[in-house]
Write a protein that binds this ligand. Structure first.
Ligand code: MD6
Ligand code: FE
Length: 217
């Protein structure tokens, strides 16, 4: 097998962009593994269907969410938290596929975070027009652990801000197969996603899916 085939099986970035001291974009890192991950998302979301959760402020999110792993991120009028069970079914979240854990660990290691073992994977589905307002990810217990984020489907403009909500943000377009790893001094930077523009992706159709791998507990 030549190097290109190996690269295409996932685990090698086509190129790397640094967004901060603890943040890199690994372009095309998922390679052909993206299709297998997308197929797995289909199986997982039969068990734990996508749903639009409510924020503590009572707004319905435009992004539809599901989870796999030992715990899953949920929001409702009582607040944000990690929960061991899917609140819609009362059942534990589906187990995280080994393929997901491997991709996350390999990406984290490529970005300089050794021994990353995610216990939660939040699966976000964006229809055209869906967006994610600016937020920090701070519900995880150990903030020395990075977050690994995989983008699939339609492109998205990712806003990467600073430590204060009002700090200026850089705009980064994330496309199918791109992985962002962030942690260390960047772990609490504000970030968001602009409304997804209409389009059609050959594999996913008119949507974007983002998986974020976390060590929540
Ligand atoms: C998204 N991602 O890309 C939303 N959070 O759809 C996130 O909110 C995110 O990509 C923490 C770390 C990486 C991320
Ligand atoms: Fe986030």
């Amino acid at each position: 097998m030549n190097a290109d085939l190996l690269a295409d099986a996932g685990g090698t970035a086509r190129w790397v962009e640094r967004l901060g001291p603890g943040t890199v974009v690994l372009r095309g890192f998922a390679g052909e593994t993206a299709a297998a991950i997308w197929a797995a998302v289909g199986r997982l979301t039969k068990l734990a269907p996508f749903r639009q959760m409510q924020t503590p402020g009572g707004f319905r999110m435009s992004v539809a969410m599901s989870n796999c792993g030992e715990v899953g991120w949920v929001t409702d009028p009582a607040g944000y938290r990690y929960a061991e069970r899917d609140p819609d079914s009362g059942r534990p979240w589906p187990a995280m596929p080994e393929l997901f854990r491997q991709l996350a660990a390999t990406a984290a290691s490529a970005a300089g975070f050794a021994d990353f073992v995610p216990d939660a994977c939040l699966i976000n589905r964006y229809a055209v027009g869906a967006r994610m307002s600016r937020h920090q990810d701070r519900d995880e217990r150990d903030l020395t652990q990075p977050i690994v984020s995989l983008s699939l489907g339609l492109p998205a403009v990712f806003l990467f801000g600073g430590g204060q909500r009002s700090d200026a943000a850089v705009r980064v377009t994330l496309t199918h197969g791109d992985v962002v790893v962030w942690g260390g001094p960047d772990r609490l930077r504000y970030h968001g996603v602009l409304a997804i523009k209409p389009g059609e992706h050959p594999l996913l159709g008119a949507c974007r899916v983002n998986l974020t791998f976390r060590k929540a507990r």
